[in-house]
Design a protein around this ligand. Sequence first.
Ligand SMILES: CSC[C@@H](O)[C@@H](O)C(=O)COP(=O)(O)O
Length: 343
Amino acid sequence: MDQTRLPREVVYRECHDERAVWEAIKTLQVRGAPAIGIAAAYGVCLGIKSAPDDEQAFFQRLDEVASYLASSRPTAVNLFWALDRMRRRAETLRGQPLDLIRKALLEEVRAIHEEDRALCHAIGRWGESLIEDRSGILTHCNAGGLATAEYGTALAVIYEAVAKGKRVHVFADETRPLLQGARLTAWELKAHGIPVTLICDNMAAEVMKEGKVQAVIVGADRIAANGDTANKIGTYGLAILARYHRIPFYVAAPSSTFDLQLSHGGLIPIEQRDPREVTSPFGIPIAPEGIDVYNPAFDVTPAELITAIICEKGVIRPVNKETIAAILGRALAGPERAQTVVK
Ligand SMILES: CSC[C@@H](O)[C@@H](O)C(=O)COP(=O)(O)O
């Protein structure tokens, strides 16, 4: 689904080669950390369709395609995680017929896709226990079904709480500059019949002060080993506001969003985007021509401001490198750590 067309129209776009997938990721037609990982992994399958019949040239092409897709966006680690997983799967099959490797890679991406669905539902089940009946919940950007295989991360917690009969009211931050909250989260929640009120980003403090918010739940693009979390720009500010108002601040993300190679959030690469997203959102000029613009797409919330991280394996609380390592069940320097293609 081309997310840039929402909420006005639901349009599906077919990608027939890796370039189309790269462009769809870059331009946010497909967006959200898990979703871009899944899309990129499908892009690998498209890119090796016409790879040469010689094994060495095949693997070289596979490397080129994976590196190319990894250059589409820098912050969400799920992208690199999914591409690494595809490359590792291919490596285990060296020496086998190339058609068998192609088939195995398609099976691998289908497994990644299916697993993400299951992970999101598990996140919802763990997170639901943190939500009280009659809660106001504030969320930022879109961490819903649109951003994942299905159900979402932050929104999975809300869907599950509602499924359990809890009465919730969601406040969706509009999420400047690209309005993922207004265009996507408001649309998605409304479609699911969840009560939702759209607010401008600069209204969050007031809404909290008025006692309308009992929890903040957001997704994540990359979580460092100590729990520092990169998510859509504006998330850090919300965490500070939540701390001041004594409101719990939760991050919901699958284990593929953790980057245990990075000891702290200062090492997370932050995507800088086109200034025109700020000066001419959706093609409408709103600022003087030639004005200087700073447009980081993400910020990093320090672990100390995060009440808990909800992942598919459980609730990590307090958030620090020991609790993260314990719940994720792998040593910080273990052999399974991601081999990032490009950062
Ligand atoms: C489950 S999606 C989590 C994050 O990827 C989401 O909160 C976010 O920041 C997405 O940013 P975007 O630039 O729209 O891809």
